[in-house]
Design a protein. Structure first.
Length: 174
């Protein structure tokens, strides 16, 4: 899939049409907002990074080769990739001394979401088709927003009484 040296993470640094120099702050990726050429370039970039990730973290049995055909997995890997870029290339911010360890913990928390049991044998299986909304679902939702207490009740904080009591304690004369 790639022509990158998987042993050198520097080869994974973004090099797209608009990346002559790395931006001061890594950019967010919104797939639907990208034009097709940019989307293809970013998918290639993500693909190279996923190959590195699978090898480096021994996730070759967890992330299937058809990951790019599953939109939920693409979104999770995109979040991991942009987080990885910010962590390892972003500016050092106070309180982020363990950013790399936090990223690795996040990676391991995401692994169950990256697994595709239906495709684990090496043969891709399409995700189940979306079930269309029943007729009238949009109107029912709008009616709910208009009439339900959950959407129309006045604002009320559940701890309002406690907050008022604490404020009164602070306002006591000395």
């Amino acid at each position: 899939m790639t022509d990158f040296d998987m042993s050198n993470p520097a080869d994974l640094w973004p090099t797209g049409p608009s990346a002559a120099a790395p931006p001061s702050e890594p950019q967010r990726w919104v797939w639907a907002a990208m034009d097709p050429a940019d989307r293809r370039a970013r998918l290639r970039e993500l693909g190279a990074w996923v190959d590195w990730l699978r090898t480096t973290f021994e996730l070759h049995n967890k992330i299937t080769h058809c990951w790019y055909r599953h939109s939920a997995v693409v979104e999770h890997l995109t979040a991991l990739h942009t987080g990885w870029t910010r962590t390892y290339a972003g500016t050092d911010a106070p309180g982020r001394e363990l950013a790399e360890a936090d990223w690795i913990n996040t990676l391991h928390a995401f692994v169950p979401r990256l697994q595709l049991p239906a495709c684990a044998t090496g043969t891709h299986q399409d995700p189940p088709p979306l079930i269309p909304a029943p007729p009238g679902a949009a109107e029912s939702f709008e009616q709910y927003l208009t009439l339900s207490a959950a959407a129309t009740a006045p604002a009320s904080h559940p701890a309002a009484a406690e907050l008022t009591r604490r404020q009164a304690e602070l306002d006591l004369p000395l």
